[in-house]
Design a protein around this ligand. Structure first.
Ligand code: ADP
Length: 424
């Protein structure tokens, strides 16, 4: 197998979003959980997205994991590697975007790297190096209050300069609008001036296509799903991608369906209420979860008689006031971790009982479940809602499985049934 595109994503749901974008663009794509073992038999694909959890860990660890992912991707023949970051450039002055970019640039031997988090389809645009979230600059958006990575500066040339050892410059919109040759020429000029990376403006998808054409001639690029779209279009234009074999016709997985909701977002709370109309729902007692194992046992006793008859839904989600009360008593991190691990244990026991179709609501919750189940990777299938594909397990010890992993605010009101309909 020779990969047309290798990607390293700094979190799981961001990886799914990118894998979904690449698939919808016409590339056969697999998302792996971590750097695969040598034994993993990958199907023939055009792109692999290696999912890491490296966005908010110590920079040195993020560098080490990303370098291992890059080595593996190059070993699979990837000529170009995209380091996938959040479209809101989530990072601090310590990293992790700059340090990872510097290390991958050194390993790739790329003289200058194109960087853009622009993704106009989701309202992320870059002009004069400033990132806009919808109509407001990044530093006026809700990201200014992000609990881990508060963003107080919308000028990405400055933001990345503080994180990187190399000189950062701008390729402005006027240059991008002239086309890929103009971008290449500008990069050549910047290179002579000693620039190692350039923030590239983009306001429309057509700009991403131009950036993709220029970037694909390099070994490395940095950006969100938007530059993924541009790279995919550049690769597809070469006419060397694999035919889109219809995985929709593959053998149904069948068997019982289990849904778990650990997200407390407004969208998920509304989706749980809608699901109550059509399936049995168990509301866990978070207090009991944090203080012992009995609640997990209660959930499994409740679930077993239903399995196979109808889909079931197990929920820890509560309203913000109720969540705040639990957090006040037990601490935000401790409560969150205990509930995620309880969800992971419930999923594992349900898998022991034969469940092979899972729908999980919540980014961290999904990460905990997938890690515990030990699924090494996923093939990206049909789209349930924007940014949420059906995922088919690849190389799982327990065999075939389908999953839907959604970050809290994604999906329409009847998300759980929408997902189940596409997961035969
Ligand atoms: P989202 O995608 O909406 O951010 P996540 O799963 O990433 O959802 O995050 C939700 C966090 O809230 C998880 O750490 C989860 O364990 C925690 N959580 C879930 N239910 C409760 C609850 N009732 N009280 C406190 N924390 C909760």
């Amino acid at each position: 197998m020779t990969l047309a595109l290798g990607c390293i994503a700094d979190d799981y749901t961001g990886a799914s979003d990118l894998a979904n974008t690449l698939t919808r663009s016409g590339m056969r794509t697999v998302q792996t959980i971590g750097v695969p073992d040598d034994g993993l038999a990958l199907p023939d694909v055009d792109a692999v997205v290696v999912s890491l959890k490296s966005r908010s860990i110590a920079a040195a660890d993020a560098v080490q994991r990303s370098r291992a992912a890059e080595r593996w991707l190059r070993g699979q023949g990837a000529a170009h590697v995209l380091f996938k970051i959040c479209s809101t450039f989530d990072s601090t002055d310590k990293g992790n975007i700059g340090p990872v970019m510097d290390a991958l640039r050194a390993d790739s031997g790329d003289a200058i790297v194109l960087v853009t988090p622009a993704f106009p389809g989701t309202g992320r645009t870059v002009f004069q190096g400033n990132l806009f979230i919808g109509s407001v600059p990044l530093n006026e958006s809700p990201l200014k209050d992000h609990p881990l990575n508060p963003m107080h500066d919308s000028n990405l040339v400055r933001v990345l300069s503080r994180q990187s050892q190399t000189n950062i410059a701008l390729v402005d919109l006027a240059t991008v609008a002239k086309g890929a040759d103009a971008v290449r020429k500008r990069l050549d000029e910047l290179l002579v001036q000693g620039t190692g990376a350039a923030i590239v403006d983009a306001v429309f998808d057509s700009h991403l296509e131009i950036i993709g054409k220029a970037a694909i001639g390099h070994r490395l690029s940095v950006g969100a799903s938007g530059i993924g779209l541009g790279l995919a279009r550049a690769i597809i234009a070469r006419g060397t991608t694999l035919a889109q074999a219809s995985i929709a016709n593959e053998k149904p997985v069948g068997g019982p369906v289990a849904c778990l909701a650990g997200s407390c977002s407004q969208a998920t709370l509304a989706q749980v209420m809608e699901a109550e109309k059509s399936m049995p729902v168990l509301h866990l007692d978070p207090e009991a979860i944090v203080t012992g194992d009995a609640e997990v046992a209660r959930a499994l006793d409740w679930a077993r008689p239903h399995l196979g008859n109808r889909p079931i839904l197990i929920v820890s989600s509560l309203t913000p006031d109720q969540v705040a009360a639990v957090q006040k008593k037990h601490g935000r991190v401790a409560a969150g971790h205990a509930i995620e691990q309880a969800m992971a244990t419930i999923s594992e026991r349900l898998a022991d009982a034969g469940v092979r179709r899972f729908v999980i609501a919540g980014g961290e919750t999904s990460g905990a479940v997938v890690d515990r189940l030990g699924v090494p990777g996923f093939f990206v299938d049909a789209e349930i809602a924007p940014g949420v594909p059906v995922l088919r397990a690849v190389g799982w010890q327990r065999g075939e499985a389908v999953m839907a992993l959604k970050s809290g605010n994604f999906g329409g009101p009847d998300f759980f049934n929408d997902a189940i309909r596409l997961m035969p």
